[in-house]
Design a protein around this ligand. Structure first.
Ligand SMILES: C=C(OP(=O)(O)O)C(=O)O
Ligand SMILES: [Mg+2]
Length: 414
């Protein structure tokens, strides 16, 4: 009774790029849940479609009533059935009729309303009373590629993980310190640097990929020494954005070089070894399971090789990756697959096969904090959600609050 859905409301709100997105309110007899959907810029081609033709306005004017009339009277706890109903309302495989951003925002708002109906925070409702592990933040320091402007490095994201941090507060301030240190290091190499930032709050320097890798490592070392904790560099190469299918080459425009798959494998392996990378995401094109597999077999003992565009949070693609030993980590972005229950199914399959799930933001975000709860509830040892900026710290500061609530909080394990 407490969790029977009484109302569903959809509104158009701004995302961090100034684009429209949806926010959904779900009201139950005894609770309330609100969730908003983010948007990608370097999206995987096998993601569900974010919005139908006509965009968010069509959702508000035409779809809201249809969803509300289906969901009112249902029990918000029954998320599997609710997600199936949303898929039936859409009627397409890729959710192109009402949009995966619509279904995911409804799905997450429903689950938050279910939790609130029983006075529970979402992380506890999902993970149970014994949940006590917090994720290490994978913080965005410098941006290139599709998240930055011209003259930026080709590599999309230069990230760091404070692997030696003893708690979330120490971890997020360590990342913020590295971010500050990098501003100084960029200024020392580029006197014209104006302090410009990319979509996720990382600096956008006008320097080569090599120079960016060098100062990333330097900043980790210097701040790590100052704070007395180990901080490791990491990357999201978003290599689908670099892959030229006609040339069959990865094109590094900033450096003026091109690499075939064999050269890319050696290049990435060399970066991992030279810089002691903790984590490398999407080092190959989204269709190249074989390239992933070759790299993973060479470096999986020392580095997480993570699939984002490769898996798009899709259980079937992950199953293929597991069979081919393509990766030892997977990015989890609920709006790539369109619902909480399907997201959970992918996380479960990953964990059963020792694949590290990394709950992640998108480059276009809102101040919605839900992924902080998903990371804790799913016991994901890493969360990728930026280091600074309002829409990024919304998640990080929520982790601080969650840490405070837990009885014996611990950092996650790999
Ligand atoms: C967060 C990312 O970017 P986007 O949201 O643009 O896919 C990413 O590629 O990991
Ligand atoms: Mg990525």
């Amino acid at each position: 009774m407490d969790s029977i859905i009484e109302d569903v409301q959809v509104r158009k709100i701004l995302d961090s790029r100034g684009n429209p997105t949806v926010e959904v309110d779900v009201t139950t007899w005894n609770g309330f849940g609100r969730a908003a959907a983010p948007s990608g810029a370097s999206t995987g081609s096998r993601e569900v479609v974010s919005f139908p033709e006509g965009g968010v306005d069509v959702i508000v004017s035409e779809v809201e009533d249809v969803i509300a009339s289906e969901l009112i009277g249902m029990d918000a706890r029954d998320i599997n059935t609710i997600d199936e109903v949303l898929r039936e309302v859409d009627g397409t495989d890729n959710l192109s009729a009402i949009g995966g951003n619509t279904t995911v925002a409804v799905s997450l708002a429903v689950m938050k309303a279910a939790a609130a109906s029983y006075n529970m925070p979402l992380y506890k409702y999902l993970g149970g009373n014994l949940v006590n592990e917090l994720p290490y933040p994978l913080g965005n320091m410098m941006n290139g590629g599709a998240h930055a402007g011209i003259n930026a490095p080709d590599i999309q994201e230069f990230l760091v993980v404070p692997v030696g941090a003893r708690n979330v507060v120490e971890a997020i301030f360590a990342n913020a310190s590295v971010h500050k240190k990098l501003k100084e290091l960029i200024q020392s190499r580029d006197s014209n640097f104006t302090g410009g930032k990319g979509d996720e709050g990382g600096w956008v320097p006008n320097i080569s990929n090599d120079a960016a890798l060098e100062i990333q490592a330097q900043a980790c070392e210097e701040v790590g020494d100052e704070l007395g904790i180990e901080i490791r560099p990491s990357l999201d190469m978003a290599a689908s954005e670099l892959w030229d299918s006609e040339k069959q080459k990865y094109v590094y425009a900033q450096d003026g070089v091109q690499k075939d798959t064999g050269e890319q494998i050696e290049f990435v392996k060399d970066i991992i070894e030279t810089y002691n990378m903790f984590y490398v995401e999407d080092p190959f094109d989204e269709s190249d399971f074989e390239g992933f597999s070759q790299l993973t077999s060479k470096v999986s003992d020392k580095c997480l090789v993570c699939g984002d565009d490769l898996f798009v949070t899709n259980k079937e693609l992950l199953a293929k990756g597991i069979e081919m030993n393509a990766a030892n980590a997977i990015i989890i972005k609920p709006n790539q697959i369109g619902s909480l229950s399907e997201t959970y199914a992918t996380v479960k399959l990953a964990k059963e096969n020792n694949i590290v799930p990394v709950v992640s933001h998108r480059s276009g975000e809102t101040t919605d904090e839900t992924i902080a709860h998903l990371a804790v509830g799913f016991a994901s040892p890493l969360i990728k959600t930026g280091a600074i900026g309002g829409e990024r710290i919304a998640k990080l500061n929520e982790l601080v609050r969650i840490e405070e609530e837990l009885l014996n909080p611990k950092m996650g394990h790999f």
